[in-house]
Ligand binder design. Structure first.
Ligand code: PLP
Length: 418
């Protein structure tokens, strides 16, 4: 750890109590905060929560045991946290126009597990985007409960266009008669045709589960089409574009409310994490503001500019662009594959992920604009990021020079200015 004790002492935002009691851990927190504020966060699933969200996370609500639901808990003393959970539920329902919201899922994966538990039995057939094309681990990976307990069939994307092969979705649904169809991805940069998925699900008598972990924040800001009117169950995370605490959420109609709630607790989880639920309420409140709607639209505007400039620099952008916060691109024309590119960029202070590409075995890069946009960066900065990234990949600049470019950007746009 390179951070010196002097620096920690000088840092008055680090809670003094942690510094005095556990300087070893305090140093780690400070180092991570520095890392986040001195490098470019292009990981598509990440964002910077507000100080208000962090305050709720670090509150004494963390002490409270609260198994069950408001008004029906297995523990005493829940009358105040009940108010917090009701508030989070009401805000989520209002924000997304959903009849029912469950805000207890500990993560996006837990929300998907609960959705399956609510609708399926082990051995049921499920149709979902295949993992090589951007399906999540919970969409049938053999390393995940989903692949072991259910019989997953994967649809794909067109190798040329990178777009979902909707004809294949219908054909596979007719052939395999799945009990549920899952739409949603970790890497698909385009809006999904929810009406199409609903139509196919109705044709074959399947449930439709939308795993909207990535775009749900864009939906909250009115910048992307909502799956809520179409899907039987919508699973989501609260920590990606939505900019809340790390956690999950489920939305559904009134008819499935009871089954979904039972599937979360007691079937797949224990006590609710009340500090996180309070922080979700804060984030839903923030997401209902005009400022957040403007943010969500700017996230997409930034992603479009970034995608266009990456393409101009020679990267092959999957689907030719993006409708969302997310871009996937093949850096091969610059003479480097995704895996090597990620390492080279990390050394330069540009942090992003690898991802699968629609064609072939080579890995590509996955980028998102949610975090940079929270920092206040706009289209001018996206052009600068694309230029810097391409220079690093071409080997036209060394890591130290690139880090200076990164520093210039993040110094002007600190994630936590106060
Ligand atoms: C992020 C994501 C998840 C999982 O969320 P975790 O909180 O990491 O469990 C599930 N599905 C999709 C499509 C995702 O993008």
């Amino acid at each position: 750890m390179s951070v010196t004790r002097d620096l920690i002492e000088a840092d008055d935002s680090m809670p003094g109590v942690l510094l005095r009691q556990d300087p070893e851990l305090a140093e780690i927190l400070l180092a991570e905060r520095r890392r986040q504020s001195t490098t470019l966060q292009l990981i598509a699933a990440e964002n910077f929560t507000s100080p208000a969200v962090l305050a709720a996370l670090g509150s004494p609500l963390a002490n409270k045991y609260a198994e069950g639901y408001p008004g029906a808990r297995h523990h005493g003393g829940c009358e105040i946290v009940d108010v917090a959970e009701r508030l989070a539920v009401e805000r989520a329902q209002d924000l997304f126009g959903a009849e029912h919201a469950n805000v207890q899922s500990h993560s996006g994966s837990s929300a998907v597990l609960a959705a399956y538990a609510a609708l399926l039995r082990p051995g049921d057939t499920v149709l979902a985007l295949g993992l090589p094309y951007g399906g999540h681990l919970t969409h049938g990976s053999p390393a995940n409960f989903s692949g072991r307990w259910f019989d997953f069939v994967g649809y794909g994307v067109d190798a040329e266009t990178g777009l979902i092969d909707y004809d294949q979705v219908r054909t596979l649904a007719r052939t395999h008669r799945p009990k549920a169809i899952v739409c949603g991805s970790i890497a698909y940069p385009r809006h999904l045709d929810h009406a199409f998925f609903r139509d196919v699900a109705d044709e074959v008598g399947a449930y439709l589960i939308a795993d909207a972990a990535h775009p749900i924040g864009l939906v909250a800001g009115g910048a992307a089409p909502s799956p809520v009117p179409y899907a039987d169950i919508v699973c989501a995370t609260t920590h990606k574009v939505l900019r809340g605490p790390r956690g999950g959420m489920i939305l559904c109609g009134g008819a499935l409310a009871e089954r979904v709630d039972r599937a979360v607790f007691p079937f797949t989880q224990g006590g609710a994490q009340m500090h996180t639920i309070a922080a979700k309420a804060v984030a839903f409140g923030e997401a209902a503001t005009p400022a957040y709607a403007a943010y969500a639209h700017q996230v997409i505007a930034n992603a479009r500019v970034l995608a266009a400039h990456l393409a101009a620099e020679g990267l092959v952008v999957t689907t030719g662009g993006t409708d969302t916060h997310l871009i996937t691109a093949d850096p091969a024309p610059l003479g480097v594959d995704g895996k090597a590119a990620r390492g080279r960029l990390a050394a330069a202070g540009i942090v992003l992920d690898c991802c699968a590409l629609p064609h072939g075995d080579a890995r590509g890069l996955r980028l998102g604009t949610a975090a940079l946009t929270t920092q206040g960066m706009g289209e001018r900065e996206m052009r600068a990021v694309a230029t810097l990234l391409a220079e690093v990949l071409r080997g036209g600049t060394d890591a130290a020079a690139a880090r200076n470019g990164v520093r210039d950007l993040v110094t002007e746009f600190p994630p936590y200015p106060e």
